[in-house]
Write a protein that binds this ligand. Sequence first.
Ligand code: URA
Length: 210
Amino acid sequence: MMGNVFVLDHPLIQHKLTYVRKTETGTKEFRELVDEIAGLMAYEITRDLPVEEVTIETPVTTTKSYVLTGKKIGIVPILRAGLGMVEGVLRHIPTAKVGHVGLYRDPDTLMPHEYYFKMPNDIEERDLIVVDPMLATGGSASDAIQSLKNRGAKSIKLMCLIAAPEGVEAIREAHPEVDIYLAAMDEKLNDHGYIVPGLGDAGDRLYGTK
Ligand code: URA
């Protein structure tokens, strides 16, 4: 099955994204906005979660209503910037478990090197949402998804704030079954690997480092 690319163009998401992009937005506001956007995106991407009908008692009568059923969710932030999206998702899916993955490409061999990988022990039974604000070359997201597949993950979605077309292509090529959810698809990557127009370095802007 071929995964799809969804740009979540909800007005609230687009409005907040504008302020996330602006240079003058400081660390505190930037962090709050990323959190809020991640929450709104989580709301949108869980639209197709299965529900089942149950019978309940209200103080007035017996009625039928719905509860979530099906697989449990796992949130997988890619260190470090992905951490900024975790709480927003958890606000809507508070029972989700969170696995962390940290990796970099060895500059000589270009092989991915995982320096941290800690997952819930049942990832093969969970719907995993990998989160990372910027999908630039797609290298780290692709490597993280591969690491999850190597450990048995079967259901993976990727959720990013902003992507470059190059990054989306890389994921579609390496992991064609993975659905990609974005707040915006930008123009391109520049020579330094930054997304244009983008928002700069998401990790630095989240944590006030330079
Ligand atoms: N990572 C970022 O934080 N920003 C970019 O523009 C590209 C990669």
